[in-house]
Design a protein around this ligand. Structure first.
Ligand code: GUN
Length: 298
């Protein structure tokens, strides 16, 4: 595949819309059965502009599908104890199905302590150590939204990872590690390599990839030389780069040099309009699942 027209765009906008349409129909059926609408509480600490934008996006998506939300916006200098108190109150509140603590947290807080304070049954991010353990064991409760969204994009595009050499660049707990576990499952059956900042000869790995997932948080660093002809390329990066000609003074680019790589790839996700929208959509799916879980245990 060498010409641009033959490389197909994995369109996050359309695929995420399809997920939201399904979730909205499922929530309609759920409330028709007499249940209240699912409820998601978001907790945001400080004023990180990217975090503010994420939380606003999540609120908008939730409203579209019939999920009720409220957001607790705490000052950047809030103590960890005060944040934990808020989380404990949400854990104890029967009207709250899902709890999301937006990351990153300010430096004076310990993320693991805060995440593990969320009730595992309400941890719609799937970041609690119990939920990550369940994922690794192969009996997931909530699948973290970004890797979940990547799998959903592949399955809705009829791309089967079975037997593929999957190379993930980035070993984060939010994306790289859980995605590796998911691709290894017998439901996916990929052969998985996880690369990171200390990998010797990164390009030698990425060039073998049938499925290449870039999740390192470095603008446009995957170039055409690092990609095999006909690969499926999933770009998880959302990097702000200065652009005086843009209205906001910056623009968003992925970890992949899209213009260079697109002609070589069989399928590629754009940034923006790719994985990020899927992440938001899968959170909605997890929130409906949380509502079902709570109704079953009420
Ligand atoms: N920060 C970046 N991605 C995420 C996410 O998926 N969930 C939360 N809570 N914080 C994030």
């Amino acid at each position: 595949m060498t010409d641009d027209a033959s490389s197909s765009l994995l369109d996050g906008r359309a695929l995420a819309q399809a997920v939201r349409d399904d979730v909205r129909a499922d929530i309609q059926a759920w409330t028709d059965e007499g249940h209240r609408a699912p409820f998601l509480s978001a907790v945001l600490v400080g004023d990180n502009p990217a975090s503010l934008a994420y939380v606003r996006g999540k609120e908008k998506d939730a409203a579209e599908v019939g999920i009720d939300t409220n957001t607790y916006h705490l000052d950047a200098d809030t103590s960890q104890d005060a944040l934990l108190e808020r989380v404990h109150a949400l854990n104890a509140d029967d009207s709250v199905d899902g709890i999301l603590v937006q990351l990153p947290l300010p430096d004076h807080m310990d993320e693991h302590t805060v995440i593990d304070a969320v009730a595992p049954s309400k941890d719609v991010d799937g970041f609690h150590s119990e939920n990550l353990g369940r994922l690794l064991r192969g009996t997931p409760r909530y699948i973290p939204a970004t890797p979940f969204g990547i799998l959903e994009m592949l399955s809705r595009s009829e791309i089967d990872p079975e037997g593929m050499d999957a190379v993930i660049v980035g070993r984060s707990t939010i994306v790289g590690k859980p995605l590796a576990a998911l691709l290894l499952r017998r439901t996916a059956n990929a052969t998985v390599t996880v690369c990171h900042s200390r990998t010797r000869d990164l390009a030698a790995h990425t060039r073998r990839a049938d499925l290449l997932v870039a999740a390192a948080g470095q603008a446009a660093f995957i170039d055409a030389d690092m990609v095999k002809e006909g690969a499926v390329v999933i770009d998880v990066g959302i990097n702000r780069v200065d652009d005086p000609s843009a209205e906001r003074g910056y623009r968003l680019v992925g970890d992949v040099d899209f213009a260079e790589v697109r002609p070589k790839a069989a399928h590629i996700t754009p940034v923006p309009g790719g994985v990020g929208l899927m992440t938001r959509a899968m959170l909605l799916k997890n929130t409906l699942q949380a509502a079902r879980l709570h109704a079953a245990h009420a």
